[in-house]
Design a protein around this ligand. Structure first.
Ligand code: DX5
Ligand code: ZN
Length: 223
């Protein structure tokens, strides 16, 4: 499958959100990654329902919503309602719920793709039971909470091991990676087996989004 690039809107300039989204679309961004944080699960508050609703009224690439909140099973439907047809998928953090299958099932019941994310120090074995029920697994390559953090090097091997596990299974969810990915390490993580690569500050921090995304595509063999 073609590898995808998902710019993380958390690093966009919110005073010109519509323009930022248009620029990313024109630059060839495949998805828009949307980081929802609640100040409880992670020590940061970011975006909520009104921003997702506003994004849905822009000419946006599909929205890939990453919930870093407690009790995601109680909020996923609200985000799907706010984003409407723009919502491609919702990913919940494994660590935030004791009702993981419930959380995933409620997302799928709305006809939206479901993903499950694991923190850097959560072992791959945590995914074993849920893997057949999700469309995507997200390997966090930094601790969730903030953009602009440094990629944790041992996550490359974790992605390689996950690639092998998924290749040996019948149902093959996409592998997404998120955190600290930029021009200097995107090839490494793509070669390890990632299908969908999130980049926030690596793209929005650059002066020419099209040039950066184009260069990224070249590096991951999709140029
Ligand atoms: C971290 C978020 C990431 C972050 C990525 O909790 O899930 O999506 O915004 O930003 P960069 O690419 O700057 O690390
Ligand atoms: Zn994210």
């Amino acid at each position: 499958m073609k590898k995808l690039i998902a710019p993380s809107v958390l690093s966009a300039d919110f005073t010109i959100l519509g323009e930022e989204i248009r620029a990313i679309k024109n630059a060839g961004g495949d998805w828009i990654h949307v980081d929802i944080m609640d100040g409880h699960y992670v020590p940061n508050l970011t975006l909520g329902l009104p921003i997702v609703e506003a994004l849905s009224r822009t000419d946006t690439p599909p929205l890939d919503i990453h919930l870093q909140i407690e009790k995601p099973e109680e909020f996923s439907e609200k985000f799907i309602a706010a984003g409407g047809d723009s919502v491609l998928g919702i990913t919940v953090q494994y660590e935030t719920t004791r009702l993981l299958l419930n959380a995933v099932s409620r997302i799928k019941a709305k006809g939206v793709a479901a993903g499950v994310a694991i923190c850097p120090m959560t072992p791959l074995s945590a995914l074993e039971e849920i893997m057949d029920y999700v469309d995507m697994v997200l390997v966090m390559t930094v601790e969730p909470g903030f953009p602009g953090q440094k990629f944790i090097p041992s996550m490359t091997d974790k992605v390689k091991r996950l690639r092998e596990i998924i290749d040996g299974r019948e149902h093959k969810p996409l592998i997404q990676v998120d955190g600290g990915i930029k021009l200097d390490n995107i090839k490494l993580i793509a070669d390890a087996g990632a299908d969908v690569i999130v980049s926030g500050s690596g793209i929005f921090g650059s002066s020419d989004y099209a040039a950066t995304i184009g260069e990224m595509r070249g590096l991951i063999g999709e140029g």
